[in-house]
Design a protein around this ligand. Structure first.
Ligand SMILES: *Cc1c(COP(=O)(O)O)cnc(C)c1O
Length: 419
């Protein structure tokens, strides 16, 4: 078989590919869509991870807000193992009792009346966008299709969701983008009102812009968005892919604001690491998604459903949203106390256990230095350190993380001063 880096039709090597020549990159059979850290994690338990060299790490990123019950949670693992011995997959053309139960658990504990299961956050948002369009076009007969989103938002990497995303970096090289999306600045009421037109179908936003730098949206703005949706007959879509499932101190972040979305999406925290996404909506939207209007092969299989049920039941039994609220306060207060007066730190902010430390300069080096000291966390945009521990995290683990992160920031501060 012909292999290599030749461009089709040109016979010459792609300069960019040949020049990047790092050994790890040329040896890998993967598309290099991630700039991977040189660490191979091979084992996890609770808040801790181990690499193939036996080094231990305190995990304050959780696969990016995914492993909210900690690594290898026993109750969920037991349910998954039991299901593995029974049945893995059947088509959604059949009744799937586990999927019904998972959906009923979600509707019993949220303002939603109906659930569509898929496999990722982007797919959940795709489903939300499709549902909004179809509701307007098939139920209301208005032909509306446009979705208004906000600058610095993040909604996924499919063509529709990257178009919805308010960050240019995810759009480069993917033209033409699908029509029907408008982005306005966050907290800009005038721009939002001006963007609403006869084709507007929905407004879509995160309650905390997580990837965009850990920015909680102001309550008065959220209330205004809800009011505009009423006035103009628009659907409010809340992207809870990162904020959902207890992370912010409520089961879903919109509960903090006292509003009910028409549609909201969830993924990262709902499967404890098993790939699951879901789109939830109000009962009046049921007529828009009828047999054959939307589908996915792997959505809500018996295996996936067993994990979702066990994850939700565990979260409710152990009151993990409440715990996230309490531990999030403790984490943010400890950081503020420890970092007070440090001019490198601009702000500590967040909601529950979704916490950001905004710094004066880029934090990439701090993330790398953390890995060498045995703590894992990520950035959110160039200047913000993002902390996402699991929802069982203990005060001792938080103390350890605060001490490590603060020391790393102090060292970076000194290095920046001396530069
Ligand atoms: C991660 C994320 C997505 C995309 O989820 P995937 O599972 O990676 O497709 C969408 N929206 C938000 C807010 C996210 O944080």
């Amino acid at each position: 078989m012909a292999k290599g880096n030749e461009q089709p039709g040109s016979g010459t090597a792609v300069a960019g590919v040949a020049a990047t020549g790092a050994a790890a990159q040329t040896e890998s059979s993967l598309f290099q869509t991630y700039a991977r850290y040189p660490i191979s994690l091979v084992k996890g338990k609770g808040s801790w991870l181990w690499d193939d060299q036996g080094n231990r790490y305190l995990d304050f990123m959780c696969g990016l807000a995914v492993t909210s019950l900690g690594h290898a949670p026993e109750k969920v693992g037991a349910k998954l193992k039991a299901q593995i011995d029974e049945l893995w997959h059947v088509s959604n053309l059949f009744q799937i009792p586990g999927q019904e139960k998972a959906a009923a658990l979600l509707t019993a504990n949220t303002c939603a009346d109906a659930v569509f299961f898929c496999n990722s956050g982007a797919e959940a948002n795709e489903a939300a966008i499709k549902l909004a369009r179809r509701y307007h076009q098939k139920v209301k007969g208005t032909g509306r299709y446009e979705v208004i989103t906000f600058a610095q938002s993040f909604h996924g990497r499919t063509l529709a969701t990257l178009t919805a995303t308010g960050q240019d970096k995810v759009k480069e090289g993917f033209l033409p983008l699908p029509a029907g999306f408008v982005t306005v600045p966050l907290h800009d009421t005038a721009a939002l009102e001006a963007a609403i037109g006869p084709n507007t179908a929905a407004i879509m936003l995160e309650m905390v812009q997580a990837e965009g730098g850990v920015h909680p949206v102001k309550p008065e703005f959220v209330h205004h968005v809800r009011k505009l949706c009423e006035e103009h007959g628009l659907l409010l879509i809340v992207d809870e892919v990162q904020t959902g499932m207890g992370r912010t101190g409520k089961l879903f972040a919109h509960e903090h604001y006292g509003i009910e979305p028409d549609i909201f999406t969830v993924a990262k925290g709902i499967g404890s690491g098993f790939p699951v996404g879901a789109m939830l909506g109000k009962g009046y939207l049921k007529d828009a998604f009828t047999a054959g209007s939307h589908a996915t092969t792997f959505g809500g299989t018996p295996l996936a459903s067993s994990v979702v049920i066990a994850t939700i039941e565990t979260m409710l039994e152990d009151q993990l949203p409440e715990r996230a609220a309490e531990m999030g306060e403790y984490l943010m207060n400890s950081l503020r106390e420890r970092l007070v007066g440090n001019s490198f730190v601009k702000e500590v902010r967040g909601m529950g256990l979704l916490v950001g430390i905004e710094c004066a300069e880029a934090v990439g080096d701090i993330v790398l230095a953390g890995q060498k000291r045995g703590i894992l966390f990520v950035s959110a945009g160039p200047n913000v350190i993002r902390l996402l521990p699991n929802l069982y995290v203990s005060k001792e683990e938080i103390d350890e993380a605060v001490s490590l992160v603060a020391t790393l920031i102090d060292e970076e501060h000194v290095a920046a001063k001396n530069a």
